[in-house]
Design a binder for this molecule. Structure first.
Ligand code: H2U
Ligand code: ZN
Length: 339
């Protein structure tokens, strides 16, 4: 086997059926590009100007209750609306459009303005897991909702508008592209092999250990073999379930534990509140069974080599395919605090 830590090569992502170019020989190159300002501002426990803190008012005259753990509300500026005008456009297969309807919600993880998932207790994160699971079931059971995307944008670098710990849910009538890509790849794999792609992948990763970042009895976090972002991770359940709604009590505690531990490892890596987008991929809620679909979460942090140097998807990556220098194996070792 050729040493993948030495030579440029491509890796295949079986979930999306796309490739990534890996160039480990480039990690030594000097950095003269943009450097972000390191911000170390003091965040208050309660911010009277925050639109997510308990008791405060939001836009459109709504005010938040004095909530004690999580709080979910309909986004006041939703990207999707339940009652859109239904339409379809198709001119020669070139000018194609269709209406899209849906529901957008905001999930406050904690009444405390200054916390992050890493700083919350396992019991507090468990409440967030419960809120996500219940939203998935609730929204997914609506006849016009066929896919539920739960996500968190953490940090100004990722476009989060507010440091209060919160995430979003966009539930839509159509199955969006990333979910659809994964669905078709995992269902094809299931039909061809009679087993689940992520169950099989997890067995391989647990036997090799090199890309594993942390584990508990129920979940594993790995830097995927095919990751695009330098410190991208995938959180995979050890048991095959298709959505958060199917997690047992024990699994939910396990998920809360691994989310806390992983986000703590991220913060420790560059001694800062690590920015990322994270989100869950779950079975579509269109009434079809997807036996090959395995619940998982992706973490996509934008940092390249330190808290102040970020990765941009530009040039070759926009025009040809994504590329990385630090290998997934090196990134996993750094996240484990070994390198
Ligand atoms: P982000 O920080 O990821 O942008 O999420 C905050 C969301 O909160 C955003 O989608 C919504 C924005 O539309 N929001 C409200 O629903 N009400 C408000 O009063 C302000 C912001
Ligand atoms: Zn707040």
């Amino acid at each position: 086997m050729v040493d993948l830590q030495q030579h440029p090569h491509r890796r295949y992502n079986p979930l999306t059926r796309q490739w990534v170019l890996v160039s480990p020989q480039r990690t030594q190159r000097p950095w003269q590009g943009q450097v972000e300002e390191a911000k170390d501002e003091k965040i208050l426990e309660y911010d009277p100007t925050c639109y997510l803190c308990p008791g405060n008012s939001r836009s459109a005259g709504h005010s938040n209750p004095h909530y004690e753990d999580t709080f979910v509300f309909d986004n006041d500026f939703p990207a999707l609306e339940p009652n859109t005008v239904s339409h379809e456009t198709n001119e020669k297969g070139l000018l194609v459009a269709e209406s899209e309807s849906g529901i957008c919600r905001v999930v406050c993880f904690s009444p405390r303005h200054d916390l992050t998932l890493a700083g919350m207790t396992q019991a507090q994160v468990r409440k967030v897991v419960d809120a996500w699971a219940s939203q998935y079931s609730q929204l997914g059971s609506l006849s016009f909702i066929n896919s539920v995307q739960i996500f968190e944008n953490r940090g100004a670098m990722m476009g989060a508008s507010n440091s209060h710990p919160h995430g979003q849910i966009w539930a839509s009538s159509h199955i969006p592209d990333e979910t659809a890509k994964e669905c078709s790849a995992t269902e094809n794999y299931f039909r061809a092999n009679g087993s689940c792609l992520l169950c099989d992948y997890l067995k391989l990763e647990l036997s090799k250990e090199v890309r594993v970042v942390c584990t508990n009895d129920d979940f594993v976090a790995v830097v995927p073999f095919w990751g695009i972002w330098p410190f991208e991770t995938l959180v995979i359940g050890k048991r095959h379930v298709t959505g958060l709604d199917q997690l047992s009590e024990g699994d939910r505690n396990g998920l809360a534990d691994i989310l806390r531990r992983l986000t703590t490892m991220y913060d420790e890596l560059f001694q800062s509140s690590f920015p990322y987008t994270m989100g869950f991929h779950q079975q579509p809620t269109d009434g079809t069974e997807y036996p090959g679909y395995h619940l998982h979460a992706h973490f996509y942090p934008p940092l390249l080599r330190s808290a102040t140097v970020r990765k941009f998807m530009v040039g070759y990556e926009l025009l040809a395919e994504p590329q990385r220098d630090v290998t997934p194996e090196q990134a996993a070792a750094r996240l484990r605090g070994e390198a």
